[in-house]
Design a protein. Sequence first.
Length: 223
Amino acid sequence: MYIKEVTLEGFKSYATRTQVRAANLQELVYKQGQAGITKATVSIVLDNSDRAHSPLGYEAHSELTVTRQIVVGGRNKYLINGKLAQPSQVQNLFHSVQLNVNNPHFLIMLGRITKVLNIKPPEILSMLEEAAGTRMYETKKEAALKTLEKKQSKVDEINKLLDHEILPALDKLRRERTQYMQWANGNADLDRLKRFCIAYEYVQAERIRDSAVCEVEQVKANF
């Protein structure tokens, strides 16, 4: 895959060679939007006709257009073939075809070859990983491990909360429920006994009344 075309639109322009400095990205826009131009866009068109070396997922495209757009007062955008993309998607696209522009050894100037040959083994390993395209997967692995570590930390925090607050509170609620049920059952038994006593007293009162009535009738019969 190679670069076919680079298009710049809406950037600062100077008649002579100038070192451009900008405190923020929006200052790169021509006259910072005051001339009616409110965005600066750079697009790189890549030849993608070699399907065997195409980035994963883009094998059906003969060309790839990667765009970055800086908007005055708005949100900066990345696009791949005209569709919005995250910065990580753009990085992964370049990494997958061994094009990592963040690698300081991506381009080696002629006068620095001797210096590169004398670099330390860890730096050589880093260069080989970049060239082989494996660094992208190492970076993803490291990011995944960090995510797992954060999730494990959250799980540990939840377990600690369960052990020290939630489970003790549940145990207390269970004990209180048991005590309440015992109290409620005791009250029910007490009410039942009270009703039994009242019924017994009522029956006894009726018997006494009937006995008294019989005695009165006998006394009347004897007279």
